[in-house]
Ligand binder design. Structure first.
Ligand code: BDR
Ligand code: CA
Length: 315
């Protein structure tokens, strides 16, 4: 078998972030080398604590967790997403504390170190606001240029928004950062609401991994609050595990059908702040084009997630 691809997850756990981290740990194609935390669904102290606890839940406290940005680059966020993820970010479930401490390096330093020393190109999967990645681009451009693939959960090409009528949450949470990332030459895949919203994990799937062992039962418990939210917000009986779909594309490149597009993020302060304007007139030939995910086999993606989590839970 080929060497697993080194992977970094930049995250704001977050219910679907927690599931996404577990999916990466369940996937032999990748070697999770680093988790970097960012403000987002809840505040930075809580996203960091949650990242440590999720890794500990899976018996992987050895994966370093480096602390990133406390807030967006320019304008403070109007609100976080505690109403979606629970005040502490994991749907009201209290995970046991991890014995591990955070990495002493700031997230961008840890990222730059890994990118410059890794023996093969690193995949970075960013599933929170893009503040840390924008800072990496600004502070360590040579290291950022070594990113093999950047898979971003964020934005929307034509599916509208989820936090406002125009904007997806991660893009809206730090539009200036999203603009810096989507206009860079880093090879970037945008996994937006167009492909995540149709990819619904139903209660039957949750029950399958919940029955496979204690870790699966805990993951199922974390998802229940999210299920209530999805029923209210999207009218679907199941959960939209946005971040897990991005990790799936990071683990198995080509899972999603992508088209190179020019993407501009609205950084104005009006009603469309955070909107990702995707030029869909024709594929882009630009060096800064973003591979925008436009096609997904949702049933296959859900099956991939459920079977991987069941296998992880079964030990
Ligand atoms: C994104 O927003 C967050 O609430 C989720 O964790 C996901 O990363 C979906 O818009
Ligand atoms: Ca997230």
């Amino acid at each position: 078998m080929e060497q697993p691809t080194p992977l970094v997850i930049d995250t704001d756990p977050g219910i679907d972030d927690a599931v996404a981290i577990l999916l990466a740990l369940a996937s032999p194609e990748v070697d999770l080398r680093l988790v970097t935390t960012v403000h987002g669904n809840v505040d930075l102290a809580q996203t960091t604590e949650n990242a440590l606890r999720v890794l500990h839940l899976a018996g992987r406290s050895d994966v370093p967790v480096a602390v990133g940005a406390r807030g967006p680059l320019v304008h403070p966020m109007a609100e976080r997403a505690g109403h979606v993820h629970g005040a502490a970010g994991l749907g009201g479930v209290q995970l046991p504390p991890s014995p591990a401490a955070v990495d002493p390096r700031p997230a961008v330093v840890a990222l730059a170190d890994l990118l410059t020393t890794a023996e093969q190109p690193v995949t970075v999967c960013a599933i929170g606001p893009l503040t840390n990645i924008a800072l990496l681009l600004a502070v360590y451009p040579e290291a950022a240029a070594r990113i093999g693939r950047l898979v971003v959960m964020g934005g929307s090409a034509g599916a509208g928004g989820n936090v406002t009528p125009a904007a997806e949450f991660n893009a809206w949470a730090d539009p200036e950062a999203a603009q810096a990332v989507f206009s860079s030459t880093v090879p970037t895949v945008m996994v937006g609401l167009d492909v995540t919203l149709p990819t619904v994990l139903g209660a039957d799937g949750v029950e399958r991994f919940a029955a496979a062992g204690p870790l699966g039962e805990t993951a199922g418990a974390i998802l229940r609050q999210y299920m209530d939210h999805a029923r209210r917000t999207y009218g679907v009986d199941g959960v939209v595990v946005h971040d897990a779909l991005a990790v799936t594309e990071a683990v198995v490149p080509g899972t999603l059908t992508t088209v190179p597009r020019d993407v501009v993020v609205d950084t104005g302060l009006g009603a469309t702040r955070g909107l990702t304007l995707v030029d869909r007139r024709e594929p882009s030939g630009s060096a800064t084009a973003v591979q925008v995910a436009e096609g997904v086999d949702s049933a296959a993606a859900v099956e991939f997630l459920v079977s991987r989590l069941a296998a992880l839970a079964a030990g």
